[in-house]
Design a protein around this ligand. Structure first.
Ligand code: FE2
Ligand code: FE2
Length: 318
């Protein structure tokens, strides 16, 4: 293709995005757009799958049958999110095997929040309330993102995330209306999950290397700092209802701006966890690798069964 032809295609592509039309897998797209989407969608898919691990730990220890059913449903939803997203990613010309390989070798990242441990039952409440709450704020704008398969997957994902957020908040509410000890457990979970939840929105706008291009492609509709502020403004009143204290001495409402001001995020900790030195990085990756290795016979059996069936179909057709 000549340079001029590429320029024409780029123009058509950019006009489509400007008109808020979707880019579909068979449409022409710049290589950088394709690569950026593979990176972001796979990172998102890996986060859903690795995110099952800290909560999966608590399925057998959930305090009642009702809690167990709800948590089981939530963790299964996360598996479903991962699968939609891997499928969306595959439409960009990368295989599932390559994507897993990237996760297992550490080449691809997943959300650092899942490298923190879940120490008590209250952590399951805090994760639903804060982590799924932050995920919704990150993901709602993606329902309008330019790449069609990603945008469509997000519509269902967001509906399920709001169930996750509410089940988490309800756990917190029950603990906070319980015994003194239960309330302390809820406060302790908030203390440990608050700051990592704020880090889920990524580095500040000044530090974020991908924001500008991603905004242009409508892969991002709001900046990291805008989304983080929205999360804080929404979540602080919810903590008040619970009667819990946000672990930030600098937190205060600014009447003029209508927003909460907040303290300094520990970006050293953020980068340490991103670089693989969080409390559970090694544990999470080895759990994923083991699941992949131990599941080999299931994949082999599924392929053998599919082959047998297609042979049968061919014979019947003859
Ligand atoms: Fe999810
Ligand atoms: Fe979720």
């Amino acid at each position: 293709m000549s340079q001029n032809e590429i320029k024409d295609l780029e123009k058509i592509f950019e006009e489509k995005i400007a008109r808020d039309e979707r880019i579909e897998p068979k449409d022409w797209m710049p290589e950088k757009y394709r690569k950026t989407h593979i990176r972001q969608i796979s990172q998102h898919a890996h986060s859903e799958i690795v995110g099952m691990l800290p909560e999966g730990n608590w399925i057998t220890r959930a305090p009642s049958l009702r809690r167990k059913v709800a948590l089981l449903a939530k963790v299964q939803d996360e598996a479903g999110h991962g699968l939609y997203l891997y499928s969306a990613c595959e439409t960009l010309g990368i295989s599932r095997e390559e994507l897993y390989e990237q996760l297992h070798t550490g080449k691809a990242k997943y959300s650092s929040i899942f490298n923190y441990p879940t120490l008590t039952w209250a952590d399951i409440g805090a994760i639903g309330w804060l982590v799924d709450g932050a995920a919704i704020i990150n993901q709602v704008p993606l329902c309008n993102t330019s790449f069609g398969p990603y945008a469509r997957a997000m519509v269902r994902v967001c509906k399920e995330e709001s169930f996750h957020q509410r089940q988490g908040y309800e756990i917190m509410l029950t603990l906070c209306n319980g015994t003194e000890e239960q309330k302390e457990m809820a406060q302790d979970a908030l203390n440990r999950w608050w700051w990592p939840s704020l880090m889920m929105f990524g580095p500040t706008d000044e530090e974020s290397t991908h924001t500008e291009q991603s905004m242009k492609w409508k892969l991002k509709r709001k900046t990291n700092d805008e989304l983080r502020q929205q999360f804080i403004d929404q979540t602080v009143p919810q903590a008040d209802i619970l009667g819990l204290t946000i672990p930030d001495e600098d937190l205060k409402f600014n009447n003029d701006t209508g927003h909460y001001e907040f303290g300094e995020i520990n970006w050293d900790e953020f980068w340490q966890v991103v670089k693989g030195h969080g409390m559970c990085n090694k544990e999470r990756i080895s759990a994923r690798k083991n699941a992949w290795d131990n599941g080999e016979w299931v994949r082999d059996a599924a392929v053998a069964y599919a082959e047998k069936n297609s042979e049968k179909e061919i014979q019947q057709a003859i």
